[in-house]
Structure formats: C-alpha cells, structure tokens
Design a protein. Structure first.
Ligand SMILES: N[C@@H](CCC(=O)N[C@@H](CS)C(=O)NCC(=O)O)C(=O)O
Length: 204
C-alpha cells in the first residue's frame, strides 16, 4: 500500500495520527506538495479525480480517499487498539460525535484558515475573506459547544479515546494558522487538549 500524504495538511494528519495510534508500519509514504499544486497534476488526478489528499493506494490498484473511509479500512486491517467502536452501537455513537466534530468544528476552522491565510490563497481560489470571518464566528460557537461537551465527558465521543478526538485535535491544531486558541479561555477543552497532546500520536 502507498499513502499519499501532505505534512502540513489537517486531513492527512488525521490518518497519520490514526496509524500512529495503531502502530501501523510498512505502508509506503509519498509526500504530495499541495503548495506546488502537485495534487492537481494529471498523474495524481488519475489516482484521485477530486485532487485531494490523503489517498491510500491499495495493493490491488484501487484507491481509497476520504480520511474517514481510509480509517475504516485501517481499523479493519489493524483492529487494535479499537478507535471506531467495538460493536454496532458503539460505532454509531462514535460516528455521531466524529461527524458532529467534522461538520461543526473542523469545517468552519478549515474555511476560516483557507479564506483568510495568505499562504492558502494558492489553494482557495478565490479566497473570500468575508466568508472566512463568518466561518471564524462559527468556529467560536463550535468551540463553546465542544467545551460544554468536554465538561460532561472526558473524550470527544465519551469515556475513551477514539477517532473523534483525532478529528478534533487535528482541526484545532490547523486553527492555529488563524491564531485560533480556544483552549485559553475554555478549561475543559484545555485539559482535554493537554491529554491528547501528550499522546505520542499527536506528533504524527
Ligand atoms: N473530505 C476529504 C477532504 C480532503 C481535503 O480537502 N484535503 C485537503 C488537505 S487537508 C486538500 O487536499 N486540499 C487541496 C486543495 O484544496 O486543493 C477527506 O476527509 O479526506
């Protein structure tokens, strides 16, 4: 298998962190320079017509894209430690939290950064700073929601570390490009972030 990665991008980081948690080794890694628009090249579009990273090329020639779908596949190949739920019921609840975090926290942060950071103008064509400001407001509201969530449960999806923590952590780390540091005034989020940041996978 070959993993098409991009070191500074948040979606590939979700998968890298997921692999690190499972101590997955032996998957070839290929860096894609998205600032140089390598993902828009003909050869990469042949792998992923959507021209996005990450992508996982399987040994039989098929290509998986979408971070969460890649994680589903890796969870199947490397079941331990479980990060997506041990049975249908737990899987449903973890997916619920993970999707809420992706839709309500990750996306606004991504839009905020992509529409306001000069370094992202090469990817976001056109950049619309006014949309970035609206996304910033939504990210603040999502951080308030996440703070309330973490006041009631230790991890993003409940009582244990799961893929939902990875999604949230990678979103918040990407938000630093917009100087978004919601943990400074939200104590439960700060404690959670310290816990997640101390895991070895946080360096992935
Ligand atoms: N829904 C996709 C999103 C993938 C995505 O947007 N990746 C970004 C990097 S984090 C990308 O390839 N950006 C290139 C571009 O916007 O042109 C996933 O979960 O993998």
């Amino acid at each position: 298998m070959r993993f098409y990665d991009s070191a500074l991008a948040p979606n590939p980081r979700r998968v890298r962190m997921f692999m690190a948690e499972k101590a997955v080794t032996g998957i070839e890694r290929r860096e894609i320079d998205i600032n140089a628009l390598e993902h828009e090249s003909d050869w990469f579009r042949a792998l992923n017509p959507r021209a996005r990273v990450p992508a996982l090329a399987l040994d039989d020639g098929r290509v998986l894209t979408e971070s969460r779908a890649i994680c589903v596949y890796l969870e199947h190949l490397y079941p331990e430690p479980n990060l997506m739920g041990v049975d249908g019921e737990e899987r449903a609840f973890i997916e619920m939290w993970d999707r809420r975090i992706e839709l309500d926290l990750f996306f606004p942060i991504a839009h905020w950064v992509r529409h306001t950071h000069p370094g992202l103008a090469v990817l976001e064509r056109p950049q619309v700073p006014a949309w970035g400001e609206i996304a910033a407001q939504r990210a603040q509201e999502a951080a308030d929601w996440f703070e309330r969530t973490l006041q009631a449960q230790s991890f993003a999806a409940g009582a244990r570390f799961t893929i939902a923590d990875i999604t949230a952590y990678c979103a918040l780390e990407f938000g630093r490009l917009a100087k978004f540091r919601p943990w400074t005034e939200r104590p439960a989020l700060a404690a959670w972030r310290e816990t997640i940041g101390n895991r070895a996978s946080a360096k992935a």
